[in-house]
Design a protein around this ligand. Structure first.
Ligand code: HEM
Length: 124
């Protein structure tokens, strides 16, 4: 519900009237889309590691809007969704079996690292 950093549009009036098509939810989905694009386009250098760490931190008051503190249970739930989306995408590429297996293993490893780079910002 609170305004997120970088968003200048309308704020939802109440949680009850908030829909998936609301401008602010669309904005949030664009961030998630850009994150997924980044995972498969940017080089895995120091800057990338800092970005993956910021993605974890920005959901707590320690980065971005201090008014936002996304519960860890929801972060984990969305990680589950992202994981399934990546698996389905990879399986849909019709890669040869050996490439498919190493690609699945690589993204699985990446998501566990992202998981750590989320969790560490939730520790007291
Ligand atoms: C797999 C888990 C998630 C990923 C990968 C993700 C990705 C992102 C990214 C890339 C940003 C923008 C960072 C930037 O400015 O470049 C962001 C911001 C944000 N996300 Fe997520 N997100 C996740 C889970 C969630 C969940 C579960 C919620 C809410 C229920 C949420 C709400 C927000 C909000 C409110 C912001 C803005 C924070 C601020 O302005 O301070 N995110 N997210």
């Amino acid at each position: 519900m609170p305004r997120q950093s970088g968003y200048e549009g309308q704020i939802p009036e109440s949680l009850e009237t908030l829909t998936l098509n609301h401008e602010m939810i669309q904005f949030r989905k664009q961030h998630l889309g850009r994150y997924l694009e980044t995972l498969v386009t940017r080089p895995y250098d120091e800057k990338m590691v800092q970005y993956l760490d910021l993605v974890g931190k920005i959901h707590t008051p320690k980065a971005g809007s201090p008014a936002l503190n996304v519960p860890l249970v929801q972060m984990n739930a969305l990680m589950g969704f992202v994981s399934t989306a990546l698996i389905n995408t990879i399986l849909g590429l019709n890669l040869d079996r050996a490439t498919e297996v190493i690609t699945l293993i690589a993204f699985n490893k990446l998501l566990w690292i992202q998981n750590d780079l989320i969790n560490r910002h939730y520790q007291a």
